[in-house]
Design a protein around this ligand. Structure first.
Ligand code: NAP
Ligand code: GDD
Length: 358
């Protein structure tokens, strides 16, 4: 029997860090649909930050609640350890991160602490709990195509890393720690090297959502200009719903292995603008202006993934292509813009940020 042969239990338990983020919400839906009990770590904030998972939440006092939330933070090792001790999950998905590349240049130390050392805190807690209980805890690390950075495309598992930001460097650190804990202690710990994935739930300061939010608001007469940086960057954009299926599959294998997850199709930011404004019968050249604030000190010019290994070993393939991704985001944001317009006309003041981010 392979060293990591799968145990069988009635209801598997998963713990997700970053459950309130884009991927956390889709992964929660996926794991609930697979019959899991899902636990999530949520940061304490002065306002509610659970919008993306509110539709899944059931009063925990009810017997059949299968989504349970715990306060915690990737910078707080004892709290993470306590949650893991308490839940004793079968699988941990570490999705929590300061995930914005540009912000990582402004907050490099914090980004390294959360995205790099945060993974170490979890791995150490898993090692201890697993050694004491004798029950395996499988670990998924949210790695990124940003780790390839300046390495020429196409990028696969064999491509050397050349990180171009504090964010990417912190993720490379986490990648090596995962590999080291696998080799040194035999943990079932893997890194998914995921290329950009977007959705209707994408944070509004990432370029795709910034564009679909702005274009639909322009269409409804709610704003006129959109300020952007480098339009020549090339990204391999997929839909987050597809990518969380790959995360789950990576933890169901006989042996722990790292995988690249990508569509294998790439587009420039300019092409994303063409597709979005085209769907709305608008000309983006009439509305988009350059703002050097959105340039990065070092840019990742060209990401284009080769996910052959995931296609063959995990039998994974994306279901949503580029055009469907753009049209889903546009349709969703058009509805939001129309609601905003209706409220505005009724005298309510809703303030969406015109330029999308600071
Ligand atoms: P996201 O929407 O920015 O979500 C990040 C999550 O991390 C949020 O739940 C956030 O909580 C939480 N978080 C941030 N700092 C934390 C801290 N100190 N302690 C605990 N939780 C913290 O990111 P995403 O797009 O879902 O991405 C998920 C993961 O995949 C991230 O690790 C990201 O770096 C990585 N990744 C993403 C992509 C992509 O294209 N989306 C590609 C490759 C890798 P709040 O809601 O409270 O802010
Ligand atoms: N955010 C942003 N805002 N990006 C802009 C803008 C702008 O106004 N104008 C141009 N861009 C360019 C960026 O310079 C970058 O080349 C590209 O658009 C994509 O930027 P983001 O959408 O912010 O994503 P990212 O590729 O830097 O990072 C995302 O993908 C990574 C995977 O490759 C994030 O989700 C990371 O967390 C993830 O690891």
């Amino acid at each position: 029997m392979p060293r990591h042969a799968r145990y069988s239990t009635n209801m598997r338990k998963a713990l997700i860090t970053g459950i309130t983020g884009q991927d956390g919400s889709y992964l929660t839906e996926h794991l609930l649909s697979e019959g899991y009990e899902v636990h999530g770590i949520v940061r304490r904030a002065s306002t509610f930050n659970t919008d993306r998972i509110d539709h899944l939440y059931v009063d925990p006092h009810k017997q059949d609640a299968r989504l349970l939330l715990h306060y915690g933070d990737l910078t707080d090792g004892p709290a993470l350890r306590h949650v893991i001790e308490q839940i004793q999950p079968d699988e941990i998905y570490n999705l929590a991160a300061q995930s914005h590349v540009a912000v990582s240049f402004q907050q490099p130390e914090y980004t390294a602490d959360v995205d790099g050392v945060g993974a170490l805190r979890l791995l150490e807690a898993i090692r201890d709990v697993q050694a004491r209980t004798g029950r395996e805890i499988r670990y998924y690390q949210a790695g990124t195509s940003e780790m390839f950075g300046a390495a020429p495309p196409p990028q696969s598992e064999a491509t050397p890393f050349h990180p171009r930001s504090p964010y990417a460097a912190a993720k490379v650190m986490a990648y090596h720690l995962v590999r080291n804990y696998r080799e040194a202690y035999g943990l079932y710990a893997v890194t998914g090297i995921l290329f950009n994935h977007e959705s209707e739930r994408r944070g509004e300061t990432f370029v795709t959502r910034k564009i679909t939010r702005a274009a639909t608001r322009i269409k409804e007469g709610l704003q006129d200009k959109l300020y952007l940086g480098n339009l020549d960057a090339v990204r391999d954009w997929g839909h987050a719903e597809d990518y969380v299926r790959a995360m789950h599959l990576m933890l169901q294998q006989d042996e722990p292995r790292d995988f690249v997850v990508a569509t294998g199709e790439s587009h420039t930011v300019r092409e994303f603008l063409d597709a979005t404004f085209g769907l709305l019968d608008l000309n983006w050249q009439d509305h988009v202006e350059f703002d050097p604030r959105y340039l990065r000190p070092a840019e990742v010019e060209h990401l284009h993934g080769d996910a052959t290994k995931a296609r063959e070993a995990l039998n994974w393939a994306p279901r949503v292509g580029f055009n469907e991704l753009v049209s889903r985001m546009v349709n969703h944001d058009l509805e939001l813009a129309r609601q905003e317009k209706t409220l505005r006309e009724a005298g309510h003041t809703m303030t969406a940020r015109q330029s999308g981010d600071i």
